[in-house]
Ligand binder design. Structure first.
Ligand SMILES: [Zn+2]
Ligand SMILES: [Zn+2]
Length: 167
């Protein structure tokens, strides 16, 4: 970073904090140097002929000669470096081995579950066809029972007839 890039105020030597407070906002003197508004206004009010602390150029004796500046930190070299560092720390370009392994593990589990579901489906349809067969057997048995009941009825009547003749 360039030595000429004064990101700190050269009156109070602290950094420009862009927190939106009007006293701490950076302002430029006519010479182009940037200070905290409070710091440079304090300097102007306390001196008869105030001078820039960096280049010794005369400062305006009226604070109206100060220009509000926007440091555009989001476009500065510093910010680009910071963004890069944050990006590298939070979003690695290639997924690391742990992530790849975890994905493979999940895919394997999913595959196993799919196979298990397929097997369950087969068992279910086998049970369903068995149920249909059992149902049919049940129907057949019922028909056979009805038939036998009919025959038994006939035999009972015949027996009663024979007994009547016997008497
Ligand atoms: Zn300051
Ligand atoms: Zn200056």
């Amino acid at each position: 970073m360039s030595e000429e890039l004064h990101l700190s105020c050269q009156i109070c030597l602290s950094l420009f904090l862009l927190d939106g407070s009007p006293e701490a906002e950076p302002v430029a003197a006519p010479c182009g140097h940037v200070f905290h508004r409070d710091c440079v206004e304090g300097l102007i009010e306390s001196r008869y002929q105030p001078l820039c602390t960096i280049c010794r150029a005369p400062l305006p004796d009226m604070t109206i000669g100060l220009l509000k500046v926007y440091l555009n930190l989001e476009e500065s070299e510093f910010d680009r470096e910071l963004q890069k560092a944050v990006h590298e720390a939070t979003a690695p370009e290639a997924p690391d081995l742990d992530v790849t392994l975890a994905i493979e593990e999940c895919e394997e589990k999913l595959h196993a579950l799919q196979e298990e579901q397929q097997y369950n489906q087969q068992v279910l349809s086998a049970l369903e066809s068995q149920w249909i067969a059992i149902d049919k057997l049940h129907d057949d048995a019922k028909k056979r029972a009805n038939e036998l009941e009919g025959k038994l009825h006939v035999l009972t009547e015949r027996l009663a007839e024979l007994e009547g003749r016997h008497d």
